[in-house]
Design a protein around this ligand. Structure first.
Ligand SMILES: Cc1cc2nc3c(=O)[nH]c(=O)nc-3n(C[C@H](O)[C@H](O)[C@H](O)COP(=O)(O)OP(=O)(O)OC[C@H]3O[C@@H](n4cnc5c(N)ncnc54)[C@H](O)[C@@H]3O)c2cc1C
Length: 459
């Protein structure tokens, strides 16, 4: 307790931790936040390299469905930084072909008619059998996906016989883009949940990009907001262990042995880091915590490549089932602040950001080998415009454990924000909320955790 204010120690300065810091300072708590790294934002972090160019942890698309994120952005006056793109999803293929799922500005499900009848790639018969497979989803709506959590998406697709081409060309990049794991590993529930939302809410699949770096347009302003209201931020400070005694958390021990104490503790850590700070005794005593060991992080690699010419004019997200780049974008088109390289004008050149997945087999490769594979993938999708193109610069970020892996039957192990320990709370994309491990999920989890803390404190 500080003065008459109740205190909260937040572990983790990703989007969930920073959102919670805002929510809790708004509610009058005294907030201290520990962040292991020197930069905030976790998986949405971005920083300038030694040449002054922004490097991002990963390509971040803003789905229309993330209402909770946009409410937060409006509250800190950065909503205008989201630039909404045309409502369509384009897939690029090896050999230079592509196909696009367009939408109409009509109520659901009519908004999807052009995607089904004129995508320019899948035959009408293929789309018809796919549409038939979705009948249970259309009838039972959000009640249906949870019943399919015991299957991988490939198993579900085989049962519904909608054809290998749809699975390979449309759903493989979709699964890899969503959670960096392929359809033969991802739970059917995830893909069905996302499909149901895209089907039911016309704007849900519309994509936006930030005007520039997340640090300037989201993470920085979010942190600044709470700082101005008195929240204390400790960068470069990792919590090593939570101290558990007599059914309560008594403090968080740091690497230097110092112990920080508060009335409430909110862990907003990736699940593998949470498992490290939770005391073994607590995991043994409570299956709620013991079960968290079952949730694992997925590896992913982010690559940025600047070319000496414009390879695509597409001002939107792109998917590709071929090569190692399931989802990517030319940020020189989507993101106005990124139109320079090393401070020099970079107009009409390409600055791609790629999500490289599945990454399990690639993590051990050198930067050169990975860039080479990514470069080959983009050249095979754009054989004409990439002919003779030179790479001006490239960056690479390896994340061995990123979002939690939503494999079949994992949903049951996702924890609530409230825990069996009365002064310990959880937030983060892996905790229970409908947006999974995403920016929307991080914000939603922080909202729920902050509400719980306010409730138990009687606020
Ligand atoms: C490559 C990539 C692309 C993505 N693309 C999208 C996208 O397009 N759209 C979308 O919605 N989502 C996307 N996501 C997912 C999204 O980034 C995450 O779901 C979200 O940022 C998770 O936020 P979080 O706060 O829960 O966790 P994190 O961002 O992981 O934050 C946790 C923080 O805790 C810190 N920490 C760890 N251990 C300790 C410790 N012991 N003590 C103190 N601090 C600690 C970490 O350094 C980190 O800052 C993407 C993720 C990646 C990796």
């Amino acid at each position: 307790m500080q003065g008459d204010k109740k205190s909260v120690l937040i572990l983790g300065g990703g989007l969930a931790g920073l959102t919670a810091a805002k929510r809790l300072t708004d509610r009058g708590f005294s907030v201290k936040l520990l962040e292991k790294r020197s930069v905030y934002g976790g998986k949405v972090s971005s920083w300038k390299d030694e040449e002054g160019d922004w490097v991002e942890s990963g390509t971040h698309c803003f789905f229309g469905a993330y209402d909770v994120l946009y409410d937060l952005m409006r509250e800190i006056n950065v909503y205008d930084s989201v630039l909404w793109k045309d409502h369509r999803l384009t897939y690029t293929l090896a050999g230079g072909n592509s196909f696009t799922f367009n939408t109409w500005d009509l109520p659901s499900p009519l908004h999807l008619v052009p995607a089904i009848v004129k995508n320019g790639y899948f035959r009408f018969g293929e789309m018809l059998s796919f549409s038939k497979s979705l009948i249970p989803l259309a009838l039972k709506k959000d009640k249906y996906p949870p019943t399919q959590d015991y299957l991988t998406f490939t198993e579900w697709a085989k049962q519904h016989r909608f054809g290998d081409r749809l699975l390979e060309k449309m759903f493989r990049p979709m699964a890899l883009a969503l959670k960096f794991i392929p359809p033969e590993e991802i739970s059917a529930k995830i893909i069905l949940d996302v499909t149901e939302v895209f089907y039911r809410i016309p704007g849900a699949s519309c994509m936006g990009f930030l005007k520039g770096a997340p640090q300037e347009h989201l993470i920085g302003p979010l942190q600044e907001y709470s700082k101005e209201k008195g929240a204390e931020f400790l960068p470069g400070t990792a919590a090593e262990q939570l101290l558990y005694e007599n059914g309560e958390i008594k403090g968080a021990r740091l690497a230097n042995g110092e112990v920080l104490s508060a009335d409430y503790y909110l862990c907003a850590l990736p699940v593998h880091n949470l498992n490290k700070v939770l005391p073994v005794s607590l995991k043994k005593e409570q299956t709620f915590f013991g079960n968290l060991e079952k949730l694992k992080g997925v590896p992913v690699i982010s690559v940025q490549i600047w070319y000496d010419r414009q390879i695509t004019s597409e001002n939107n997200v792109l998917f590709s089932p071929d090569g190692v780049i399931p989802v990517y974008a030319d940020l020189a088109n989507t993101t106005p602040d990124y139109k320079t390289l090393r401070g020099k004008p970079h107009v009409r050149k390409s600055r791609f950001e790629f999500c490289v997945a599945p990454a399990k087999e690639l993590l051990s490769l050198s930067k050169e080998e990975i860039i080479d594979r990514v470069d080959n993938s983009i050249r095979s999708c754009f054989p004409e415009t990439s002919r003779g193109a030179q790479i001006l610069k490239s960056t690479l970020v390896k994340i061995p454990q990123s979002v939690y892996a939503p494999l079949p039957n994992m949903e049951q192990y996702r924890p609530t924000q409230k825990t069996p320990v009365s002064n310990l709370f959880l937030a983060g994309g892996f905790t229970q909320q409908p947006y999974y491990d995403s920016m929307g999920g991080a914000v939603m989890s922080a909202n729920l955790a902050s509400e719980e803390i306010a409730r138990v404190s009687g606020g």
